[in-house]
Design a protein around this ligand. Structure first.
Ligand code: ADP
Ligand code: 5GP
Length: 192
């Protein structure tokens, strides 16, 4: 069966498990392309510039917006984040599918900029479980947690606008569903 490299967007509220799910799928699919986003937020302990993100300041971010370097960008939780066109294109040109883990505003903008993109929304099993995961990760202070929980309510309203919705209840089950989604769209040759 012939396969076609596709651009996938994975969105969902902070703490729902996007990073965990995508890491699990990547472990089974080393051929998936990697893209590094740019952000104006500060690195967390252990994050490496050029690997986790390109950590840039506001002026540099504005310069790149003006130069047309972003496929999409958005203000998320008080900082700017953006996908560089060059990061996506180098992978698609090499025949590698790409997964962008980006917020809902960015995801919906990708649909306009790149109509062949497949938008996947990751949902929590419940609001309580989302809060438990976000707090359990221990990467944000209380103010940041409150901001992310408030934003999650608006983000959830965008779920119906996505092509595919996956509930991240059991990690293995949800990762399996995400993999089957990739398979299905890669093998339909971009007609979907
Ligand atoms: P996101 O990337 O969406 O912000 P993370 O991948 O960082 O979220 O996950 C947030 C927390 O939830 C992490 O501590 C992760 O281990 C945990 N987690 C992810 N998926 C599940 C799941 N299916 N069941 C229970 N905990 C999960
Ligand atoms: P974090 O600060 O936890 O790494 O990411 C915060 C949010 O920014 C997440 O919802 C993540 O999906 C989103 N994000 C990360 N990179 C990008 C990007 O390139 N573009 C957009 N629009 N959102 C992004």
């Amino acid at each position: 069966m012939s396969r076609c490299a596709r651009l996938f967007v994975v969105s969902g509220p902070s703490g729902v498990g996007k990073g965990t799910l995508v890491a699990k799928v990547r472990a089974n699919r080393p051929q998936l392309g990697l893209t590094v986003s740019a952000t104006t937020r500060s690195p967390r302990p252990g994050e490496i510039d050029g690997e986790s993100y390109y950590f840039i300041d506001d002026d540099e971010f504005s310069r790149r917006v003006e130069a047309g370097e972003f496929l999409e960008w958005a203000n998320v939780h008080g900082h700017r984040y953006g996908t560089l066109k060059s990061e996506v294109q180098k992978n698609l040109d090499a025949g590698r599918s790409v997964i962008l883990e980006i917020d809902v505003q960015g995801g919906l903008n990708v649909r306009h900029a790149f109509p062949g993109a497949v938008l996947v929304f990751i949902e929590p099993p419940s609001a309580e479980e989302l809060e438990r995961r976000l707090r359990g990760r221990k990467t944000e202070d209380e103010a940041a947690i409150e901001c992310r929980l408030a934003n999650s309510r608006k983000e959830m309203e965008c779920a119906p606008l996505y092509d595919v919705r996956i509930v991240n209840d059991d990690l293995d089950r949800a990762a399996d569903e995400l993999e089957r989604t990739l398979d299905s769209y890669e093998s339909d040759g971009g007609t979907n």
